[in-house]
Design a protein around this ligand. Structure first.
Ligand SMILES: [Zn+2]
Length: 392
């Protein structure tokens, strides 16, 4: 795994019981139990929930028995049932309980407050550094693909959860960190970055990695013409599946199984846009109908739409067939490639379905609780679908 040994060991020895508890603690539908700015922040104490696991002990270690929680039973949570989550097995808990609406909102606010993150600007660099630190706090090793844009050095960052049994293949999930137009680029595309970061946090805090690797990518230069995503494709497509060094089990570029790009996931107020979210608001999962990989991409889109049925609490999704103008497009002839958006790019977003799109009003404060909940459903849909796809 690319996560640091220090964090891994720390999690194992100090926080296993609390970590398991955190990731499996029952939560309400909209998961409001993590306080804003509270302890759902990827640190290693794991105790974000006020010891909501139902047991009485509070120490995570500190004695000589062999499990992590200071009691004498054989599982890790300090109760007497056989599973690891401390409940009594009416078990409404699940692997998506690590997702937090409040974390999702807070990341969008933080990025929006940096400014529009135009490529090459100070606000981009500040957001880039913040995001790198955030990923490192979660235990990831941040890597970069470097390239030149108009003669100046640029990079996109990425992190990877290495698969437990199939580390040589991976799904890619991505969004663009750069924005434009002088506001906060909150919907376009802090919302997508927050979606990817929230998934990265959930997978980092899970008790075990998926079988297949997952890479979380944050593109630069989307708004100037997809130069970041093209640079990654061009530099790394021929590195797929190469073990380096031979015999190490280390695959710097696992084979690409598919890419899911998030680009504007907050605002479905219909067309023409209404003041409030429309009752039939739904997520749009698009593939490119005239691409080489159209059939396989449509299949991936349909898997996500089904994932919305299974895992998204409040909103459905539908399949679209005109993905264009986002960072998954450079991959559409190579691998299954889809975008997740609030609306169709062509006849909805392109016709003004978000009045803040590419304006100085695309800031955190322009969006409502319902808008954020809508975006959070994209996180739930994709995390649940990926858990299935990455554990074949
Ligand atoms: Zn965008």
């Amino acid at each position: 795994m690319k996560r640091s040994i220090a964090v891994f060991v720390s999690c194992l020895l100090v926080g296993l019981a609390a970590m398991l508890t955190y990731c499996s603690a029952p939560s309400s539908q909209s998961d409001n139990d993590a306080p804003p700015g509270g302890d759902a922040d990827g640190d290693t104490d794991g105790d974000a929930d006020g010891d909501a696991d139902g047991d009485a002990d509070s120490d995570a270690d500190g004695d000589t028995d062999s499990d992590a929680d200071g009691d004498t039973d054989s599982d890790a949570d300090g109760d007497t049932d056989a599973d690891a989550d401390g409940d009594t097995d009416t078990d409404t808990s699940g692997p998506l309980d690590c997702l937090s609406l409040e974390e999702f909102k807070q990341t969008i606010k933080t990025l929006s407050d940096f400014g529009d993150r135009k490529q090459g600007s100070a606000s981009y660099d500040e957001a880039d550094q913040w995001l790198q630190q955030r990923l490192e706090q979660l235990g990831y090793e941040v890597e970069r693909v470097e390239y030149t844009y108009n003669g100046s050095p640029r990079s996109s960052m990425y992190v990877t959860i290495v698969g437990s049994t199939l580390p040589d293949r991976m799904y890619m999930v991505s969004a663009h960190l750069d924005g434009r137009s002088g506001g906060g680029a909150a919907d376009d595309d802090a919302s997508g970055v927050s979606t990817v970061l929230e998934m990265a946090r959930c997978f980092a805090e899970a008790p075990q990695p998926p079988k297949v690797s997952i890479r979380f990518i944050f593109w630069n230069n989307e708004e100037t013409g997809l130069q970041g995503s093209r640079a990654y494709r061009n530099q790394r497509k021929d590195l797929q599946g190469i073990e380096d060094p031979v015999g190490s089990g280390n695959y710097p570029e696992p084979n690409w199984l598919g890419i899911i790009q998030f680009d504007m996931v907050l605002y479905d107020h219909g067309l023409p846009p209404q003041p409030d979210q429309i009752p039939e608001a739904d997520l749009d999962v698009s593939y490119q109908k005239d691409s080489v990989q159209a059939a396989a991409s449509k299949e991936l889109a349909e898997a996500l739409v089904q994932g919305a049925v299974l895992y998204a609490d409040d909103y459905p999704a539908q399949v679209g067939d005109n993905m264009y103008n986002t960072d998954s497009a450079p991959y559409e002839d190579l691998i299954p490639a889809v975008s997740v958006r609030e609306n169709r790019r062509d006849n909805e977003i392109g016709n003004g379905s978000n009045p803040y799109y590419h304006t100085a009003q695309d800031v955190y404060e322009s969006y409502s609780e319902e808008d954020f909940l809508f975006g959070f459903n994209a996180v739930q849909m994709t995390t649940g679908t990926l858990l299935d796809l990455a554990n074949p």
